[in-house]
Design a protein around this ligand. Structure first.
Ligand code: SAH
Ligand code: SF4
Length: 377
């Protein structure tokens, strides 16, 4: 048996197929890979010495070839409402954030997929920071393992982290190559074993990758819509200039086809005072979603320094919600959690260095130059 010559690989970065392939290279049976995954993800073990059903020789070889490397904690905060935020190191001088939101019936972990974000949405603190780099699969999965470990409890029976949402820093579908294996590990019975409805990718609308996601893995999708017309969405979510609403809604319509009867997309809609929150916007939104398996989640805007926006007043959010409900669209309003520790949606800023500000905002709107901006994934 030969041990891979290169530097130790972090096992958090390998999904089952990749780990089995490594084991095959080492002359080991596939079930050994499954056993190792069980130790890590079902029992919370990060020490090869504790993997008691694996022979001593193999354990020694594993310890040479691999590491099980949790993230390095920089800071930890707990909100008055029980929400917890961890800031962890993402390379020299950089940091990402992971947030745990406990509720009566579930524990939701909100994870980051990139250091910063290039999508430049005008109401988002992460977007305001610009983009530095993609996280690796290992860095994505390590956030989940670390949170589960830190929160305590038995990995197998307690399920303190019952739901995982890609709603932290970054645009997950802009980092598809690293996010896909992470999704597989979250959903795999030998991995975290979460059910497909409890793992949610949230996207600003990268159409080609919505289509690929549908083909590659079965998980829940949240779509950050925020505006019911191209003119407004071009301003709020500039990627709309590349993938306008007609294409986006078509990709969304296709996403649930062939899935089970309960499959739907959650459309997220941030409530910005005087910008996208009028009764007419609500009626336009209802028309856009008519006939689709859709739920709407209204997110009261969370302010951050230097923002030009304000949160819509509660009564306007209620009126907006009532209009959608009158059209039989299931509508919920997200309870703001963890805002006292800057852990609420859109407040995650981490520490982003050597960033490039990709100026999506400079892409001409589609109606001006239809050819120029289309078709680049
Ligand atoms: N990039 C992905 C996932 C991360 S953002 C996406 O955009 O979907 C997670 C959610 O928080 C998105 O719906 C996003 O639009 C929303 N959000 C961003 N900034 C916000 C803010 N300041 N207040 C409330 N929600 C915000
Ligand atoms: Fe990126 Fe999402 Fe923020 Fe837009 S809302 S800038 S896509 S993290």
């Amino acid at each position: 048996m030969t041990v891979p010559a290169n530097a130790p690989v972090n096992l958090f970065g390998l999904d089952r197929a990749a780990l089995r392939a490594r084991f095959a290279e080492m002359g080991e049976a596939p079930y050994r890979a499954d056993q190792v995954m069980n130790w890590i993800y079902r029992r919370g073990v990060d020490d090869f010495a504790q993997m008691s059903n694996i022979g001593k020789d193999l354990r020694a070889k594993l310890a040479q070839a691999f590491v099980i490397q949790p993230p390095e904690l920089i800071a930890e905060q707990q909100s008055a409402d029980g929400t917890r935020k961890w800031v962890t190191k993402a390379g020299e001088g950089q940091a990402i954030e992971t947030v745990f939101i406990p509720e009566d019936d579930r524990g939701t972990l909100c994870i980051s997929s990139q250091v910063g974000c290039a999508m430049d949405c005008s109401f988002c603190s992460t977007g305001a920071q610009g983009f530095s780099r993609n996280l690796t699969t290992a860095e994505i999965i390590a956030q989940v393992w670390f949170a589960a470990k830190t929160l305590g409890g038995n990995f197998q029976t307690d399920r303190v982290v019952s739901n995982v949402v890609f709603m932290g820093m970054g645009e997950p579908l802009a980092n598809y190559g690293e996010v896909l294996p992470a999704l597989r590990i979250l959903l795999d019975d030998h991995g975290f074993g979460l059910s497909k409805r409890k793992v949610t990718v949230s996207t600003s609308g990268l159409v080609p990758f919505i289509e690929r996601l549908r083909e590659d893995v079965d998980c829940a999708l949240a779509l950050s819509l925020h505006a019911p017309s191209d003119a407004l969405r071009d301003e709020l979510v500039p990627i709309n200039r590349k993938y306008p609403l007609a294409e986006l809604m078509e990709a969304c319509r296709k996403y649930t086809i062939g899935k089970d009867r309960k499959a739907h997309i959650v459309y997220e809609y941030v409530m910005l005072d005087g910008i996208n929150d009028s009764p007419e916007h609500a009626r336009q939104l209802a028309r856009l979603l008519a006939g689709l398996p859709a739920k709407v989640n209204l997110i009261p805007f969370n302010p951050f320094p230097q923002t030009q926006y304000q949160r819509s007043p509660a009564e306007r959010i209620r009126a907006f919600s009532d209009i959608l409900r009158a059209k039989d669209i299931v509508t919920t309003t997200r309870k703001t959690r963890g805002d006292d520790i800057d852990a609420a949606c859109g407040q995650l800023a981490g520490k982003v260095q050597s960033r490039q500000k990709q100026r999506l905002r400079d892409i001409p709107v589609k109606s001006d130059v239809p050819r120029l901006v289309r078709g680049h994934a």
